[in-house]
Design a protein around this ligand. Structure first.
Ligand code: ADP
Ligand code: G3P
Length: 504
């Protein structure tokens, strides 16, 4: 009988739920992915059904065990990583969500955030939470639910409702309603958490009208939070032993344990994170200060640049425009032309995140001439992902006062060689793709494995994820700067487009 033991990572992303099994050599031995529905009830609104999130996640877990033939008693621990900020409120008595999950991309609270800015909350929020006052984060989404779902506030005050980001929701479901927790990285994205004192911030809770009793207990990223019972009563109990937001988990999975190390993840959005060590660095260039991970009683911080539309731009080409059948087709079409023929696409579909933070920007295609064709637009979409990442890197280098020699990348879209070569050219920096691009899941697995002694220490994990390919820049600096200048002009065209008076 096979007595080998494994770690399972549950990676609950914006577009799919995955369950991935790792062995002690950090290799994937099985993986299952399930997509789930996206709801766009109004312009700029994005929702998920929390029950569908749970169903897709638990089904992927059951399926990966069945597919690999690995028994539940061979699983040493489960690590959870998740799309961050997405806000869920549920009734603790019935276990039913009272509203759909309001997704991180959702802009419904833009106007509320503008009002809070007018009331002078911006500085306090940045100093306390490390965040920009924006609809991206959970705080204003939670307030929206309490203000707009009938009876919600009364129930919350009576102690009947619980709030959680997706990690909390999954742990609560996995433990059958016994454990209501989150971790420091997810808490640091709520706009309600003081990243210096590591406590929920009473002043912000008061301002948002959030009863503290609905908030989860905040824990480190690597410890046993509870047990899940696979196979029902009398089944195997597996410890849930790691939690981190997906971007922080990717930083950990890319083994950026030391100050100054950075990675960029190309999934639905793009997220560039740099480990700044045990000291939080305040950004003056539109980046976020956030918790990178907490381990062995210590907290590491990161600077983060968040772009809302990365790979999702490619989904738009496929689903709304019908220009491609599969995301991977973009590499073929983009390579059929030498350049974009002067076309730029700014994917500000839900406004612009870092470093612009313009909720009123909207998607824009500029530079069209009679010769512009489908290939140019597809190429411009891929290039937009790289330009947005350059915007982030420039801000990061200015904030941290360093010049990055190499960028580690991961996420679904880095399968695209054209994108990574163009990224290297646009940055003038080496771009390194690891052999295992599921860094997010790997990070969650590491956190869980460290908590149960499956792996001894961070040092024992060092450099287990070796490079697959290194993309070197073409060295044509004049071209790089000319193209980037065009991008900046295109961004200017996209800004401030949405008519504020039409906002709800
Ligand atoms: N070959 C490819 N070229 C460009 N984009 C891709 C490619 N493959 C996948 N993508 C994009 O990557 C995203 C999926 O990456 P993933 O890391 O799974 O995202 P998430 O965790 O946000 O759900 C999708 O938005 C998809 O359009
Ligand atoms: O689902 P992803 O991988 O695009 O990540 C979403 C981020 O966590 C949002 O902040």
């Amino acid at each position: 009988m096979d007595t080998a033991r494994y770690i399972v990572a549950l990676d609950q992303g914006t577009t799919s739920s995955r369950a991935i099994i790792f062995n002690q050599d950090s290799e994937i031995v099985g993986s299952v992915q399930r997509e789930f529905s996206q709801f766009f009830p109004k312009s700029g609104w994005v929702e998920h059904n929390p029950m569908e999130i749970w169903a897709s996640q638990s089904a992927s877990l059951t399926e990966v065990l069945a597919k690999t033939g690995i028994r539940s008693d061979q699983i040493a621990a489960i690590g959870i990583t998740n799309q961050r900020e997405t806000t869920i409120v549920w009734d603790k008595n019935t276990g039913q969500p009272i509203y759909n999950a309001i997704v991180w991309q959702c802009r419904r609270t833009t106007k509320l955030c503008e009002e809070l800015k007018e009331q002078g909350w911006e500085e306090y929020i940045q100093d306390t939470t490390g965040l920009i006052l924006d609809a991206y984060f959970s705080g204003s989404k939670l307030k929206w639910i309490l203000d707009n779902v009938e009876g919600a506030r009364e129930k919350a005050e009576a102690g009947d409702l619980l709030f959680g980001t997706v990690d909390s929701w999954l742990v609560w479901k996995l433990t059958n309603g016994r454990v209501h927790v989150t971790d420091y990285t997810n808490a640091s994205r709520t706009m309600m958490f003081n990243i210096h004192t590591l406590q929920w911030d009473d002043k912000l809770l008061d301002m948002l009208g959030v009863p503290k009793q609905m908030l989860p207990e905040v824990k480190a990223c690597s410890e046993i939070y509870g047990q899940t019972n696979i196979g029902g009563k009398g089944g195997t109990r597996i410890p849930i032993a790691g939690i981190a937001g997906d971007q922080q988990a990717a930083l950990f999975g890319q083994q950026c344990y030391r100050k100054g190390m950075a990675k960029n993840t190309y999934g639905t959005g793009c997220f560039l994170l740099m480990n700044t060590g045990e000291v939080p660095v305040k950004s003056t260039h539109g980046l976020l200060t956030t918790i990178a991970f907490s381990l062995d009683g210590k907290v590491n911080y990161a600077l983060e640049g968040s772009v809302f539309m990365g790979g999702a731009t490619i989904q738009w080409l496929r689903d709304e425009m019908g220009l491609i059948r599969d995301a991977s087709d973009t590499q073929y079409f983009a390579s059929k032309v030498d350049d974009t023929n002067g076309v730029y696409l700014v994917p500000a579909f839900v406004g612009l995140g870092a470093p612009y933070w313009d909720p009123y920007a909207r998607g824009t295609i500029v530079g069209l001439t009679r010769g512009a064709n489908r290939n140019h637009i597809i190429r411009a979409a891929l290039e937009s992902i790289a330009y947005q990442s350059r915007d982030l890197l420039e801000a990061m280098q200015a904030d941290a006062g360093i010049s990055l020699k190499q960028l580690r990348v991961d996420g679904g879209a880095v399968a695209n060689d054209f994108l990574l070569q163009f990224q290297a050219d646009a940055l003038g920096t080496e771009v390194v793709r690891p052999s295992l691009i599921e860094s997010t899941a790997l990070g969650a697995a590491y956190l869980a494995g460290l908590a149960v002694g499956y792996w001894d220490s961070v040092e024992s994990l060092a450099e287990s994820n070796t490079p697959d390919r290194c993309f070197s820049p073409d060295g044509d600096e004049a071209k790089r700067e000319r193209l980037y200048k065009g991008w900046k002009r295109a961004v200017d065209c996209s800004r401030g487009w949405y008519d504020k008076d039409l906002d709800d």
